[in-house]
Design a protein around this ligand. Sequence first.
Ligand SMILES: [Zn+2]
Length: 388
Amino acid sequence: MKKALKWGLGLFLVLLIAAVIYVFGIAVPQTDAKMNPVTPHEPYPVSERAKALHATLLVADLHSDSLLWRRNPEKRWDRGHVDLPRLREGGVDIQVFSAVTKSPRGLNFDGNDADAPDDITMLAKLQLWPLRSWGSIYERAAFQAQRLQKIEERSKNNLVIARKKSDLNQPDGTLIALLLTEGSHPLEGKIENIARLYDEGYRAMGLQHFFDNELGGSMHGRSQAGLSEFGRKAVLEMERRNIMIDVAHSSRQTVRDVLATVEAPLFISHGGTISGCPKTANRNLPDDILLQIAERGGILGIGYFGGAICDISPKGIAKEIIHAVDLLGENSVALGSDYDGTVETALDTSELAAITHELMVQGMGEQQIRKVMGENVKRYFAQNLPEQ
Ligand SMILES: [Zn+2]
């Protein structure tokens, strides 16, 4: 009897260890690789002139969800889109890291229920995030900021999280990071949580993600409602604290209401134009709203994924950038990859010189290339980050 018990216990332990090895060694990395693929490709052309110009550019990207994945960004990986070594290879100087905290199962651009089962809850458990984050959306945002803070501490000034204007002035080779929430559901309906997230380092907040939340309607929610009373209070508090407002996933009415409520310039961290790609009507804002955002000094980050633009190749990204500049002006367009945001891209961040090359091939001048590849983002941040 005793012997049988021992055998049973032994077998249980072996199965448990096998399950742990399977989940963390195979299932989690496979999910990451499957969700964030790069289309297999030959090296993209980059002329000597493009290489030389790219090396002198300030490069900035407005959206990467890399903190979501169990993949230490300090090391180079052969899966996903972004890590620090690859950012360096791509010449990136400023990277926005966004925190995804809730994602309804069956995600789509047309209509999601806010109370559908949440995939981030499962991901938090499978990736062994702290227990406090399993049941709290606020804690998921706090945890992702803390991940980046730890990297900053270890980096010996190779990575600096921008909390105030002067943080943008760094020596060459330092990566400037900026924290963004993908949706403001981490507030959990409490205005005071804006201050807590600010203290964690967040200087930009998206209002919605794929579903309607306490602040108002999402572009992909059921209601298509505008800003709620809570949302109105929240955006005013964000403006008061110099937190930049991202309307990348907000409903048209929400964006109109925000434009009528705050004076601060808004931004779209990852998107495109419907006039550049008509099939993106359920993912992008119409031109008239984009123009209002641009007229106020806001910026639009062009995504590298199929929902935002028609052709995700470097050629297609460059084409959409040029279309957006024609529409909104050269000061209002930037890069907004959506790297590691469960999207397929044609290139990872180490290959960004291919976009510079295509912009040159398609006839964009050097001064405009400097602006869209990064200087517009730096100017927008410099104008909107707190002084202290
Ligand atoms: Zn997004």
